[in-house]
Write a protein that binds this ligand. Sequence first.
Ligand code: HEM
Length: 184
Amino acid sequence: MTTTSKQYYTRTAQVLHWIMAIIFIAAWLIGFYSGNFLSYDVDGSFKGDVISLHKNIATTIIFLVVIRIFWRYTHPAPKLPDTMSPMMKGLAHLGHLFLYLMLIALPISGCLYSWSAGHPAPVLYLFNIPQLIDKNPDIMAVVKPLHIYLSWFAGLLVVGHIAAALKHYWIDKDNILQSMTRQK
Ligand code: HEM
């Protein structure tokens, strides 16, 4: 990396990245737990409480991603190091684009899933997102599997993202992980 190129994300971008990472991973694990290990027949209202927690955490992503995209456009990311091949740089950019798309598509599909099932989309136990569609089994038949498939795709993307960051830190020994953790 040349000394003239910017090497670190802004502090705001870093804070947004790590807060959203924690929320995303927590929402993913709670959704996975509820969807695959709990059933209404056996676990009664506990499953309802766990899904509610999943929604109350995950809906915050909708608001944060708007701020994040605005910040990304107004504060460009540091350049990737010249030690990376053009193909790896292209893959990294594609991976980041898909991660952004998942940050938009997962909360939207989740809200559509809840509304179409006749349930609200609550935010931090404070208020509900205005319901844009009514209960509708036909829509639910589409958005339920969509939310589940997207969540699995996003899970794989995040695992790949973390693996790539650790490879840059331990094997390539470049500045990429530090660009999201430090200012100097
Ligand atoms: C970053 C955002 C989100 C992530 C990462 C996420 C992830 C997940 C995952 C991993 C599952 C389990 C999939 C499976 O069954 O294998 C799930 C289920 C579910 N999600 Fe989300 N989700 C997000 C946002 C939302 C939102 C905003 C809502 C609604 C407001 C929502 C509603 C649901 C519901 C109702 C289920 C079914 C749970 C069950 O059947 O027990 N999700 N989600």
